[in-house]
Design a protein around this ligand. Structure first.
Ligand code: PMP
Length: 432
């Protein structure tokens, strides 16, 4: 239980994400999470629209995920990975190699999404480290998001992640405009022109192109055309530059395919996974690479890949990830995601007629309402809680990515709350 005193302590002493320590936004005390429901300390129940930032794909308190953790605890919750291996890591990596796009058969386990991106970028740099001209630059697309650590930030959208704030600390990389052709719009070949020019001009300096395949998440919730990704793959091959796909948000079924790369039928050279990997129960990420990448790194001057976090391959996290992947392998997610996509389309598309709404986009189990004006965070959060839903917008975007097991009536509760919210002036920052 949480007392008023606990909440006052939280306000005074505990940092929350992107929140002021002198004027913090309100924090809602959650005491239990079950299936698609969060319960607050006062008993209020909220239907979950965010899957805890894309992670809780099977919902909360899943008996099979819980059992997997309990079983693993009785063997060992942790053991170092240097010079040691264990059944949970081997089973997990076997599954990852089997299910991931063709050719990705070497797995590096790390702690979080951002670290998986750091690992991928280090791999790309080490890959070229023995060449006569080592390569240290990355090319990416604007409106991307790859995490909050320094290397990851350096390839995030320069404005969203405020590169100006970190000038002098952040390595400077290359950016092209975000793809303009929407996922299901007619493909425009000129969309790839800038990427092609940049690769032609700078490929000898470029270690890799890094991007979020198909769905740009936290940088703008944009869905782009599979041909863009297909063309990037061709260009990377043509110019001899590695392709890193950050599937941390999109992986494990969220976009309607197991991995978003499959919309374009491509395999990257390096792929980052996280978030849904453990069904949202524990922090764990994986960076997968092709044998060619792993072998060249191992033949480079260092002789091995230079990374090794303390909690690498944490058995508890690996065991629960294994069970999460077993649930996915049973295949129900495909029907669930399709049904969510249909319902989101039916219930959100009509909001296009609302004057406040600039665009409505749905792909797989992701629904996005882009508004003309930014939301007032504290007010809209409170409004959603009063409607019995947990939805956390940012900027001009109100979006849903519910657990795959959500029931139609729960999903309707989420979409109804959004349709009420976009009709209320006081929930948006209007220009004077
Ligand atoms: N890449 C993408 C595409 C993400 O969406 C995120 C998290 N939102 C990250 C990387 C970073 O993951 P983490 O927050 O686990 O460090």
């Amino acid at each position: 239980m949480l007392t008023a005193d606990d909440l006052a302590f939280d306000r005074q002493h505990i940092w929350h994400p992107y929140t002021s320590m002198i004027d913090p936004l309100p924090c809602y005390p959650v005491v239990t999470a079950d299936r698609c429901t969060l319960t607050l300390a006062d008993g209020t129940q909220l239907t979950e629209g965010m899957s805890s930032w894309w992670a809780a794909i099977h919902g909360y308190n899943h008996p099979r995920l819980n059992q997997a953790m309990v079983r693993q605890i009785s063997h060992m919750s942790h053991v170092m990975f240097g010079g040691i291996t264990h059944p949970a890591a081997v089973s997990l990596c076997r599954k990852l190699v089997d299910m991931s796009p063709e050719g990705l058969d070497k797995v590096f386990l790390a702690d979080s999404g951002s670290v998986a991106v750091e690992v991928a970028m280090k791999m790309a740099i080490q890959y070229y480290s023995g060449d006569t001209r080592p390569r240290r630059k990355f090319l990416t697309i604007r409106q991307g998001y790859h995490g909050d650590t320094f290397a990851a930030m350096s390839v995030c959208d320069p404005e969203n992640s405020m590169h100006a704030l970190w000038k002098g600390y952040l390595p400077e990389h290359m950016f092209v405009a975000a793809p303009a052709t929407g996922f299901d719009h007619p493909w425009q070949e000129e969309d790839i022109a800038e990427m092609q020019q940049m690769l032609a001009a700078h490929h000898q300096q470029l270690a890799a192109v890094i991007l979020e395949p198909i769905v740009q998440g936290a940088g703008g919730m944009r869905f782009y055309h599979p041909n863009y990704l297909r063309r990037v793959r061709q260009l990377c091959d043509q110019f001899g530059v590695l392709l890193i796909a950050d599937e941390i948000a999109t992986g494990f079924g969220r976009t309607g395919r197991l991995f978003a790369c499959q919309h374009a039928e491509i395999s990257p050279d390096i792929m980052c996974l996280g978030k849904g990997l453990t069904g949202g129960t524990m922090t764990l990420s994986a960076t997968l690479a092709t044998s060619a990448v792993a072998e060249k790194i191992s033949n480079s001057p260092a002789g091995c890949f230079m990374h090794g976090p303390t909690f690498m391959g944490n058995p508890l996290a690996c065991a629960v990830a294994c069970e999460s992947l077993s649930i996915l392998a049973e295949g129900h997610w495909q029907r669930q995601v399709k049904e969510i996509e249909q319902l989101l389309t039916e219930q959100l598309q009509p909001l296009k007629d609302c004057p406040r709404v600039a665009d409505v986009r749905v792909l797989g189990a992701i629904g996005v309402i882009e508004c003309h004006h930014p939301v007032r965070m504290a007010e809209i959060q409170q409004f959603f809680v009063s409607q019995g839903v947990w939805i956390r917008p940012f900027g001009r975007l109100i979006y849903l990515m519910p657990p795959y097991i959500i029931r139609p009536e729960e999903l309707s509760r989420l979409t109804t709350a959004i349709s009420l919210a976009v009709r209320q002036d006081n929930l948006f920052a209007m220009p004077d």
